[in-house]
Design a protein around this ligand. Sequence first.
Ligand code: IMP
Ligand code: MG
Length: 191
Amino acid sequence: MARLVGGCATEVGMLEGVLDHVLIDEATLQRRVKELGQVISAEYQGKDLVLVCVLKGGVAFLTDLMRRLTVPHEIDFMAISSYGGQRTESSGVVRILMDLHADIAGRHVLLVEDIVDSGRTMEYLLRALQARNPASLRVCTLLNKPCRRVVDVPLDYIGFDIPDDFVLGYGLDFDEKYRNLPFVGVLKQYR
Ligand code: IMP
Ligand code: MG
């Protein structure tokens, strides 16, 4: 049996006890991704652009964003793990599980992330990628939690600033699940 939640067929009860409320609905997400696509396309005209997606959370955002770009570009992926023992906190201990295939030296790199929370993951990624001498290195994050920032990191494109909630959906997981939701929702009672 299935029912419709925000346009996505889910098993009955899948979100019960998990979803508190929808924070950013599907239409609002798509409208903002389109706007970001327009801005990024204008700024990268005539440049050798590589979108670097951080797996797994950035994947829904990347696939929508790239289809809004009107400039030629490549995509590449990095997989990292940034969690310690807890399920809703990043530890700051980042490990590269899968590295890029592309050589980014001399190329314009745009890092596509799902969310910047403490900033520790982003700080690590920026340092790791900068060492490979790209022509430019910028960050596009769908979500930003400014009130949780521990490390100051430069964010060039931000989809939405959000409050201090643990969110899931549209690529973001809770315990590796709920990435498929077409909206961003707030997890019930997480702290
Ligand atoms: P940071 O290192 O604290 O900035 O955390 C960054 C990573 O933690 C993100 O790329 C996400 O994978 C994960 N994360 C942080 N906040 C959330 C959230 O609210 N929901 C799901 N994942 C999150
Ligand atoms: Mg992430």
